[in-house]
Design a protein around this ligand. Structure first.
Ligand code: GLU
Length: 368
């Protein structure tokens, strides 16, 4: 297990195996695994499905195919049950984040999610994420939590994604129909032949099937996030993982995540403006691996919105030192430049982040 930050996606078939309320049956071994990760200093984010299944028995619906409003009501009541079910396995606090595709596409909201996750992880709180089913209309929905988990892995800069379900992984042919089907331990490239091996879901509780899992793996691998499909019903899977084995299917990530991100920051992301800093801040960025704070900023050039990328320039030498994603707009920065982090709230009336550019979102130009 050579990851530092992992997103673990748990499917409805594990949270609510019979589709009628929550069960601890399969969650215990998952929770033990999460505890073991914490003990090893690893950071875990959980994406948990199952709110609709957990709430199904609590909303009268009278048909095999409930209306959207009924399903949304099931999600609303089931989400509470599901969170309570998870929390009882942990001595540390759990937190709930309900998000939609619309939230991830909107830059300020995307940044808020990223910042919230960062602070939760710094405080050793377990973030548990689900789609906000009660507000998400079709066009705002990710639709399935496999793809949502891949997006969460991207926004949180995770380096690994586990998709836990009731299947062992990807087989070369349908294992329900062919006795000689074999599990593929590793997939290097995701192409049409890989999708062809995956049918839809045969499980009545789950939303996605193998197809959405492969889509998720494709997204994540493109961003340097190693992805595994694993059977969360089998507790031996977790012992194998802890011993460094791969008991499922591993999709090989394209590049190391930091390398990919630095490359993306440096080469792909266009600079929308310039933040000029003093010698103290230059030193902090270059030698201490620090984030950029308002106190070191002596000037702001150009127009940029919160969440856009900017170049960081040393005022005296005019040297371009770094590039990074700025947490504040140019108008906001003009008001808080040179000030202490604790003054931001008083000046602007809000302080979404004490760091102007967080170290994780910053790349030294000379370092690449
Ligand atoms: N958000 C849905 C739920 O909690 C699950 C979507 C999925 O299973 O992929 O019930």
């Amino acid at each position: 297990m050579n990851f530092k930050r992992i997103v673990i996606k748990v499917g409805s078939a594990l949270v609510s195996p019979d589709g009628k309320g929550c069960s601890g049956k399969y969650l215990l071994s998952i929770a033990r695994f999460i505890n073991a990760c914490h003990e090893q200093g690893k950071e875990v984010i959980l994406v948990s499905s199952g709110s609709v299944a957990a709430g199904r028995g609590l909303i009268a619906h009278g048909s095999a195919n409930p209306s959207i409003a009924s399903k949304q009501a099931m999600a609303a009541v089931g989400q509470m049950q599901m969170m309570a079910n998870w929390q009882r396995f942990f001595d540390f606090p759990c937190s709930q984040l309900l998000i939609t595709h619309g939230d991830l596409k909107d830059r300020p909201r995307y940044l808020n999610i990223k910042n919230t996750l960062r602070v939760l992880l710094e405080n050793r709180v377990l973030p548990i994420i689900n789609e906000n089913d009660t507000v998400a209309t079709q066009e705002l929905k990710v639709g399935d939590n496999d793809n949502l988990a891949a997006l969460v892995a991207m926004v949180s800069d995770a380096d690994c994604l586990y998709i836990l379900s009731d299947v062992n992984g990807v087989y070369n042919k349908d294992p329900n129909r062919y006795d000689d089907a074999t599990l593929l331990p590793q997939i290097e490239t995701i192409d049409a032949s890989v999708y062809a091996m995956a049918g839809g879901t045969s499980n009545k509780i789950a939303t996605g099937g193998m197809k959405t899992k492969i889509q998720a793996a494709e997204k994540a691998c493109e961003h340097g996030i190693q992805t595994y499909i694993l059977n969360g019903r089998n507790s031996e899977v977790f012992s194998a993982l802890l011993q460094g084995h791969n008991p499922g299917t591993c999709f090989v990530a394209k590049q190391l995540p930091m390398k990919a991100k630095k490359h993306w920051l440096k080469h792909t992301l266009k600079s929308h403006g310039v933040v000029v800093i003093d010698a103290g801040a230059v030193n902090a960025l270059k030698t201490k691996g620090a984030s950029l704070l308002a106190s070191g900023i002596v000037g702001v050039d150009g127009q940029f919105a919160k969440g856009e990328s900017v170049s960081i320039v040393h005022g005296e030498s005019q040297e371009v030192l770094a590039k990074g994603i700025c947490q504040y707009s140019h108008q906001e920065l003009q008001k808080i430049q040179g000030k202490g982090s604790n003054e931001i709230e008083t000046i602007l009336g809000y302080c979404p982040s004490k760091e102007i550019i967080h170290r994780d979102d910053l790349v030294l130009v000379s370092a690449i």
